[in-house]
Design a protein around this ligand. Sequence first.
Ligand SMILES: [Zn+2]
Length: 400
Amino acid sequence: MQSISGEEIYSLIETICSFGSRYMGTNGLAQARDYILSRLEEIGLQVKTESFSYLSYETKSVSLHVDGRRLDCEPLANAAFAKKPVTAPLAYCGVGTQEEIARLKTQGIDLTESILVSDNMRSFLAYTAAEATGALGLISVTTLQDNTIRCGSGRLDRKPGSIPSVCIGGEDGRKIIPRLRSGEHVEATLQTDGRTEWKQGQNLIGRPPNLAGPRILLSAHYDSLWNGIHAMDNAAGVATIMEVARELTRSKETGFECVLFSGEELGLWGSAGYVERHQQDLSDINAVINLDTVGSDQSKVEVGVTADIRPFCQTITEQMGVVVDCWNTPPRPGSDQRLFAERGVPSIWIANCGSDLRYHTPLDVPSIMRPERLEVTARLTFEFFKQLRTRSIQEKPRKR
Ligand SMILES: [Zn+2]
């Protein structure tokens, strides 16, 4: 009988969050790294780090004026820096879909002369849409009741963005959007300054000492954005993987590898580095189970899964009596399983259906986490692993 404990996961989350923000290059990230490595070692795994290169994103200053009034804002990572202020009329593009943008064009709005305003919570989708239409910039409005600002990354494809962008709070955004919808001319000035630089990041690997042959990856990213300690995204995923790994080790399971990626928030840099480094032995990876944003009091249970193993996973959740609030096939593209799925590795992303809007904000703290929900995610991870493992032992090896 497995002995996974939600309380234990909760306490690991508290420790990981106690180091502060885990933004790339920070002391908080280095402390989290050392702690995770020592814990993995303590449970009996062989640990190592694997380096990868990433493009850092360091903002010096950022400002936004709308009608001459300065608004609180945060940068959108990977957006271009506009050292010279960009002044232009605003245009509301909703979630930034092609239809919305086409609608703006039929209204005669020249997007190539506008700064777009979007309230798409997946800022990388709105940002790439704004770039594609030739807009001068993007303002990303946070979809929360108060004026809390959600940060994010404009691009997840590890390429620098071409236009400047900032994020603002919902209260400020909701004052602007109706004016734009009614056709009012609203002008804004956007300025961002900072720099990017090639640096080294580290993935953390923990393997059973007697691992040989094919393996299943249990992964989560341990980095965060700069604006908080981000318990749900993703101290929770890391803590859950650590707890599942402890239980697997206790039950003498050998066919797994824990990989705690970093550089995820800035564009899946860690998983890109892993996939590149392990090109030759990628066919030894039978599946990836990735955890990102799980276990808060507003969390739903999402299983994002590649089509090849979806019926298999559905049978498992039914057997376990776990209610899955949303299935996504393929898994949504915003986390580390993506690059494995694209290379044909059966992949699972356990997430929260985007139901908790406090991610990437300072509101994402340990007190919003719920041990009983964390335990469900952990049990699900454990069971997916166990049954995928049995299946892969029975199956012939696949060529990829
Ligand atoms: Zn995340």
